[in-house]
Design a protein around this ligand. Sequence first.
Ligand code: FPP
Length: 256
Amino acid sequence: MQKSDLRNLSLARSEAAAAGREAAAPLHVAIIMDGNGRWATARGLARVAGHRRGAAAVRRTVEAALKLGIGTLTLYAFSSDNWQRPAPEVSALMRLFHEYLRKETAECVERGIRIAVIGRRDRLAPALRREIETAERATAHGRALLLRIAVDYSARDAILRAAARLKPAREATREEFSRRLAGAIHSPACPNVDLLIRTGGEQRLSDFLLWESAYAELYFSPRMWPDFEAADFEAALDAFHSRQRRFGAVLEAAAG
Ligand code: FPP
């Protein structure tokens, strides 16, 4: 076995050991907020109305995450592939992100929520970039919850960028690579994803946190995102806590 394999094995073991403490360790929950468009269409409304209601669901979910003692909440707000949507929908989404940051930052400071926007910044409008920087700076000392909002995010692009920054002919450990990856998406350090929720009834990952979700528990909810309530979040957490996480190892009792 090579040295790097040993290091990776020991990392897997420490993740497995951490699983034993999962009740105590603050969780990283990631959510693919899907179903805004279908929610609106089913009511004879424009898709943008679904996104607006989706923003209200974001507020409820952040509130629930605080109450439930979640450590990190990562929300998939706009994928790099979403640029292909009609221009008015893209503009409406960008306006919603801007408005969210402008309206919520003060309360986040008060409640100890640290905001970090992950993803590429170079294709965002300068005014939105400035709002992101203001929100991140103002909330940087928050310790109650790390709220990461993924905008112009692609896991594969982030992995490519992190890999391109590796020194040639030098092996990186998983920890090192994880740090590079976080840097590539403007994120403060945070644990890997424990629970990944997708609403809207589809069951796929859509290029979201592929590296960080290597051992995430997946939970698919038929609920459209605008209808997602605290009770749905709690149901997902209940399902998570009923699962046995082994990280590729064998539980002690079974190992005999
Ligand atoms: C996917 O649903 C959702 C999006 C691409 C946008 C998510 C945005 C929000 C929830 C609005 C506000 C966000 C923040 C952070 C303030 P879809 O439109 O693909 O739904 P569909 O599959 O039903 O068409």
